[in-house]
Design a protein around this ligand. Structure first.
Ligand code: GLC
Length: 369
């Protein structure tokens, strides 16, 4: 019998909980569901699955298997992958003669226009753009997209170099600040993915940044926005910018402290295998990591947007987890706190990114990590 334990919505809080359990060598949890950015942080506590997987890893996207291999050990098998996208209200763009935005400037203008009109028409709860602004891992993902879409890099590059204090990144973060309280509710500073989805799915927002899971739920029988939702790549920083989605996703791992390792490994192989991945793709619109499932007719039929996900995935931006390894969570916390300080009005983007650069330099001992 498998028992599941629910964890907080915010991955940042989830990680703290896992670290407590694992530091205590707790046998209470056999299988951990881990974020794609935690491989380097949690590896010492996880079983090497390679000896038990019978080559199952060869069916998944190779880049994710590389991500999950730490010091030659396969510490997790992929469960689903993630890349963020822009959700929009098809019906409202049509009603007001607008198109999905190509740039953030267009998104801002369209959001303001339709928000004003919808409020005039009587929906005083209506907002233009909903995203995730709480000080947690999700804000790291949102802000990385703003920066990368302006060609401002990935905070720390693959060679360890700290690049976040650059004019494009300053522009990207500064651009988001005035959204708060104009086209975005002030409460966004406490939103994770689920709070965002709540507002959008209730019919109270034009645009939303979220992951693929939000598609399936938006199309459920009782959804007020069923059949009214479209998806597009997230906007570019400008005409010379790029569409940038953050690469996310979840893996399954077995704890070294589990008293039932064989059963736990069998469960992980089942959960990450074709049957479960197909079911989750069809019912929950989660992106499979098994390459073959992208050609499965049932999967394609349930998720019309999977066709465009191929390009989005191929050009998605990874967070600097591999290069910063066990320090990733500290790097991400410094980054989301620096961005949060701008969004909440405490600091200018120039000041905050200069301070961030200084603290990342201290943390990395000169970029050596
Ligand atoms: C999604 C992604 C995960 C990311 C998280 C941020 O769950 O799959 O990688 O860290 O969102 O909230």
């Amino acid at each position: 019998m498998v028992e599941t334990i629910s964890t907080p919505n915010s991955p940042t809080e989830q990680l703290a909980l896992y670290q407590q359990m694992l530091a205590a060598k707790s046998p209470d949890i056999d299988v951990y569901q881990i974020d794609v950015v935690w491989a380097g942080i949690l590896a010492p506590h996880l079983v090497d699955l390679k000896a038990h997987s019978k080559g199952a890893e060869n069916n998944h996207f190779p880049s994710i298997i590389t991500n999950n291999t730490v010091d030659g050990k396969l510490i997790a098998l992929p469960w689903f992958t993630d890349a963020s996208l822009l959700y929009y209200r098809k019906d409202l763009l049509e009603k007001y003669g607008e198109k999905p935005p190509q740039t953030w400037a267009q998104l801002t203008a369209t959001a303001q226009k339709i928000q004003d009109a919808e409020r005039k028409a009587g929906n005083d709860k209506f907002w233009g753009y909903i995203w995730q602004g709480r000080a947690y891992e999700g804000l790291t993902c949102n802000a990385l997209e703003w920066v990368a879409s302006h060609n401002g890099g990935a905070v720390v590059e693959a060679d360890g170099k700290i690049t976040i204090n650059n004019p494009q990144a300053v522009k990207a973060i500064a651009q988001a600040k005035p959204w708060v309280s104009t086209i975005t509710p002030p409460g966004v500073l406490n939103y994770t993915e689920e709070e965002s989805r709540g507002v959008f799915q209730a019919g109270n927002a034009l645009f939303m940044r979220n992951w693929p899971y939000a598609w399936g739920l938006s199309q459920s029988a009782d959804s007020p926005v069923k059949a009214k939702v479209g998806t597009a790549p997230l906007p570019k920083g400008g005409e010379d910018g790029r569409h940038a989605a953050t690469l996310g996703g979840w893996q399954m791992s077995v704890s070294k402290y589990s008293a039932n390792q064989d059963a736990a490994i069998a469960l992980v192989l089942y959960l990450t295998g074709p049957e479960v991945q197909k079911q989750r793709a069809v019912e929950l619109s989660q992106l499979p990591t098994l390459v073959k499932l992208y050609d499965d007719p049932d999967v394609v039929k349930a998720n019309p947007f999977f066709a465009e996900m191929k390009d989005i995935l191929a050009s998605a931006v990874a967070r600097p987890a591999t290069v910063t390894g066990s320090k990733y969570n500290q790097v991400s916390s410094e980054f989301f706190n620096a961005v949060y300080a701008v969004l909440s009005g405490g600091k200018t983007a120039e000041q905050s990114l200069a301070d961030l650069e200084a603290s990342l330099k201290r943390m990395s001992r000169g970029g050596k990590w």
